[in-house]
Ligand binder design. Structure first.
Ligand code: PMT
Length: 400
C-alpha cells in the first residue's frame, strides 16, 4: 500500500466537462486504500450523477450545505475535520473565484473554509478563461494562501481550442497526493542537512553574506523527519523555527559549518548540502569597525573557503551525499558538471535566476543522479522537499 492508505480524502467535483475524470480519480484513490468522500456542486450534477460517485466511493455523496439528514450523519464541520486533504477536481473558474473571495455559499466552499487540511485544486476550463487576468489573479491569491495547484495541462480541449486548461490526468493527481503525504521511506536513517547562508566577517559589524532564507533546507528537514529519519540541521543565520523533532546546530561562517558537519556526519547515512555557502572570506577580519578613508575605495582581499560537501564526501566515503546547484545559466549542464566534480551521489539543480528562489516560498528543481533526471514543477518548498526526499530515499535504497 502507498502513502494514501487510510488517508481521508474529500473529492470536490465542480461543473465542467472534466467531471467525468473525477470518477477515475475516485477509483484510483480507492485502489490506494484511501477513504474517499465526494462533495458535488449543483453544476457538477449536470455532468455526472451522484449515484456513479457514490458507487465508486462506497459512501453517500454530499451535496447540500443545509441538509438535515446529512447533519445528522456527517455534518459539514465534521466532514471538514475528517479530511486529511480536500482535492477539488475539476476546479472551475467559478470555484477558484469563490475560494479566492472566501465565499461560503455552498457545501464545498464552506468545507474549504472550515478545514485545516491541505486543499488541492486541479483547474479545468477553456484556455481563454484560464488565461484571463481575473482567473490568474485568483490563482495567485490562492497560492499565497497555500492552496496546492495540480495542473492544468495543455492540449486539445473539449470545445476545440488548444491551450492550457485541461484537467490533469487522475493518475497525475494521485501521484501529487502520494508525494504530499509522507511515507516512512527514510525510517532508521540519520540525515545531516545544511541550510541557509553563511556569513563571513569583514569586521565586528559587517559581513559577506547572501539571500538564502533557509526555507528550502528547513523544508527538507521537515520532510525527512516526516519520512521517519532522524535529522541534524546545520543552519546558518536564519529566522525560522526548528521543525519538530529536528536537532539544530546554529553556525555563522563556512568554516563553522564545515566543523559542525564533520562532527554530525560521523554518525550519518545521508548528507544534504542545501546551504548557500560563501565561496570566499576576507583574508583578515578587522578587530574594530573599519572607518571610511576620505574618498578612496576599499579593497578587501578574499581567500577561498573550504568546499563543505566535497570535503565531507571525501572524509566519509560511505556517506550518501546530495548537493544543490544554484545556477542562473545552462542550469542542467552546470549541475551535471558539479555532481561529477564534487563526486556527489545526487545533485538538485536549482534555477535561481530572476530572484525566483532565494527567500521565496516556491521552487522548481531537477534531481540528477547517475541514472536519474527528474524534473519537479513549481510547488511549495515543502512539497518539493517531500518529492526530493522520496526520490533520494528510492535512490539510496537502490544502491545500499
Ligand atoms: O534558502 P532559500 O531562500 O530557501 O533558497 C534555497 C537555495 C536557493 C539556497 C537552495 O535551493 C540552493 O540552491 N542551495 C545551494 C546554494 C549554493 O551555494 O549552490 P552552489 O551551486 O554555489 O553550490 C553547489 C553545492 O556545493 C551546494 O550543495 C552547496 O551547499 C555546496 N557548497 C558550496 C560552496 C562551499 N564552499 N561549500 C559547499 O558545500
Amino acid at each position: 500500500m502507498g502513502h494514501l492508505n487510510q488517508r481521508n480524502i474529500i473529492i470536490g467535483v465542480c461543473g465542467g466537462i472534466a467531471a467525468y475524470k473525477s470518477a477515475e480519480l475516485v477509483r484510483l484513490l480507492q485502489k490506494q486504500g484511501a477513504n474517499v468522500r465526494v462533495v458535488m456542486t449543483d453544476g457538477a450534477q449536470a455532468f455526472i450523477t451522484p449515484l456513479t460517485l457514490q458507487a465508486l466511493s462506497g459512501n453517500p455523496v454530499h451535496i447540500e450545505l443545509l441538509d438535515t439528514e446529512a447533519e445528522r450523519g456527517m455534518g459539514h464541520i465534521e466532514l471538514a475535520r475528517w479530511a486529511d486533504a480536500i482535492v477539488i477536481a475539476p476546479a472551475t473558474a467559478d470555484i477558484l473565484a469563490k475560494l479566492a473571495n472566501g465565499d461560503a455559499d455552498n457545501l464545498l466552499t464552506t468545507l474549504v473554509l472550515a478545514t485545516a487540511a491541505p486543499v488541492f485544486v486541479a483547474p479545468a476550463m477553456n484556455q481563454q478563461m484560464w488565461a484571463q487576468a481575473a482567473t490568474q489573479e485568483n490563482c495567485d491569491t490562492l497560492r499565497r494562501r497555500n492552496f496546492l495547484f495540480i495542473g492544468p495541462d495543455a492540449g486539445e480541449q473539449a470545445c476545440g481550442d488548444v491551450g492550457a486548461g485541461r484537467m490533469s490526468e487522475p493518475a497525475d493527481v494521485v501521484q501529487t497526493l502520494n508525494a504530499h503525504f509522507p511515507s516512512r521511506a527514510l525510517e532508521g536513517l540519520h540525515i545531516v542537512i545544511t541550510a541557509g547562508p553563511t556569513r563571513e566577517a569583514i569586521d565586528p559589524v559587517r559581513f559577506i553574506g547572501n539571500h538564502s532564507s533557509g526555507k528550502m533546507g528547513f523544508s527538507l528537514a521537515r520532510a525527512a523527519i516526516d519520512a521517519g529519519a532522524s535529522v541534524t540541521l546545520v543552519a546558518g543565520p536564519v529566522h525560522l523555527d526548528t521543525p519538530e523533532g529536528v536537532t539544530r546546530i546554529n553556525v555563522d561562517s563556512a568554516r563553522q559549518m564545515l566543523s559542525a558537519c564533520e562532527n554530525a556526519c560521523s554518525q550519518a547515512d545521508i548528507f544534504i548540502a542545501c546551504a548557500a555557502v560563501a565561496d570566499y572570506r576576507p583574508v583578515t577580519v578587522a578587530d574594530h569597525k573599519l572607518k571610511k578613508q576620505g574618498t578612496s575605495g576599499l579593497t578587501i582581499e578574499l581567500t577561498q573557503n573550504p568546499d563543505i560537501v566535497a570535503t565531507i564526501g571525501q572524509a566519509f566515503p560511505n556517506l550518501y551525499t546530495v548537493g544543490f546547484a544554484a545556477e542562473t545559466q545552462n542550469v542542467l549542464e552546470h549541475a551535471r558538471e558539479k555532481r561529477t566534480r564534487k563526486q556527489l551521489d545526487l545533485i538538485i539543480a536549482n534555477d535561481v535566476g530572476n530572484n525566483a528562489v532565494f527567500g521565496q516560498d516556491h521552487n522548481s528543481v531537477t534531481i540528477i543522479g547517475s541514472e536519474l533526471e527528474l524534473h519537479l514543477p513549481e510547488a511549495s518548498k515543502l512539497q518539493v522537499a517531500r518529492t526530493c526526499v522520496e526520490a533520494l530515499a528510492k535512490e539510496y535504497r537502490r544502491t545500499h
